[in-house]
Design a protein around this ligand. Structure first.
Ligand code: ADP
Ligand code: MG
Ligand code: ZN
Length: 320
């Protein structure tokens, strides 16, 4: 599947759902245009921490079914739905193997119950891989270019488009870059390890760093930390600098394994890129292989959070 054959052959209405630990976005996509979209503040991550796996799964299925049904009602001609989901997706069975930010969801099948309830073909792909494909398609790449997407939301997701093709990996865990360990014996992570990049560079990571520096303030949202930073709060500014450094540490490592020249940064936290950028750039330049310094093109997503939905529709929705 490449962007050009997607654009040529498909003018059907497809539903794209971008599931996150905090937000759920649902849209109706035609070609790569969003004809209708809605954002739901679902807080699945918090819900999964306070409810047993079974109850959390039921709630997620219910919210997904209602969101997709809403899109079906508005666009009865939709012929399939694709879900971008924050977790490791088994490439063969399409089950969710694990979802570090949705604890309790281990080895679950969303597709069978959803397609049955909705009477619609439903597919699933990793959220960041979907967003990477969305960014690739939206930017109208004609050639088989390579691109890395880094999504800074509840966690940090990564997606790789390798010479025009989305690369999920043999076990569905390629580009799980949020779990690159950047701090030995660092903060515990939902994946089961410690010191993962997303514990510092995600929205939750920024909130944790701020809580550590300022004392107390557990559970503060990163957009509030951003507002404080803009008012001159040094702890808040430092929390964003730490996020920038952590992201750069991770990216320098990724670029030593996968050599691409284009990186797109998205997710809710990318709206505060200005607070992270200087620390990110300095650290990236220091950590990169010298031959690559100054040669990596970093863009902040301009898709206004739509890339995840677009990519989910185009990559995950089953086609007749
Ligand atoms: P997810 O996909 O995991 O649901 P999103 O990419 O939607 O996450 O990002 C949501 C997170 O981004 C929230 O935790 C929110 O606090 C944070 N966020 C939103 N806007 C900003 C901002 N301007 N600055 C920093 N963080 C922000
Ligand atoms: Mg997301
Ligand atoms: Zn981890």
């Amino acid at each position: 599947l490449t962007s050009s054959n997607v654009l040529e052959k498909n003018d059907a209405y497809l539903i794209g759902v971008d599931v996150g630990g905090t937000n759920l976005r649902v849209g109706v996509i035609q070609q790569c245009n969003v004809v209708w979209a809605e954002r739901i503040h679902a807080d699945f991550s918090a819900f999964c921490r306070t409810h047993a796996g079974e109850a959390a799964l039921d709630s997620i299925l219910d919210t997904l079914a209602r969101a997709i049904r809403e899109a079906q009602t508005r666009y009865p001609a939709v012929c399939a739905a694709g879900i971008g989901f924050p977790g490791f997706i088994d490439p063969m069975t399409r089950r969710i193997i694990q979802s570090p930010n949705l604890p309790g969801l281990t080895d679950v099948d969303l597709l069978t119950p959803l397609s049955k309830t909705l009477n619609l073909p439903v597919g699933i792909e990793n959220d960041a891989l979907a967003a990477a494909f969305g960014e690739y398609v939206v930017s109208g790449q004609e050639h088989r270019e390579s691109l890395i997407y880094l999504g800074l939301g509840t966690g940090v997701g990564g997606g790789l488009i390798l010479e025009g093709r989305p690369y999920p990996g043999t076990h569905g865990v390629a580009m799980e870059v949020g779990h690159i360990i950047i701090e030995s014996d660092g903060r515990p992570c939902g994946c089961g390890n410690r010191g993962c990049m997303e514990q510092y560079a995600s929205a939750s990571g920024v909130a944790l760093t701020y809580a550590e520096l300022a004392g107390g303030w557990q559970g503060m949202d990163s957009s509030l930390v951003a507002a404080l930073a803009r008012k001159g709060d040094t702890h808040a500014s430092r929390a964003f600098e730490r996020a920038g450094e952590a992201l750069a540490q991770g990216l320098a490592t990724i670029l030593k394994v996968v050599d691409v020249s284009r990186v797109v940064i998205g997710g809710g936290m990318s709206q505060s890129w200005d607070l992270m950028h200087a620390a990110f750039r300095d650290r990236l330049e220091a950590d990169l292989i010298p031959a690559l310094r100054g040669r990596i093109h970093i863009d902040v997503s301009r898709s206004a959070d739509q890339a995840g939905m677009i990519g989910a529709a185009m990559l995950a929705a089953p086609r007749a």
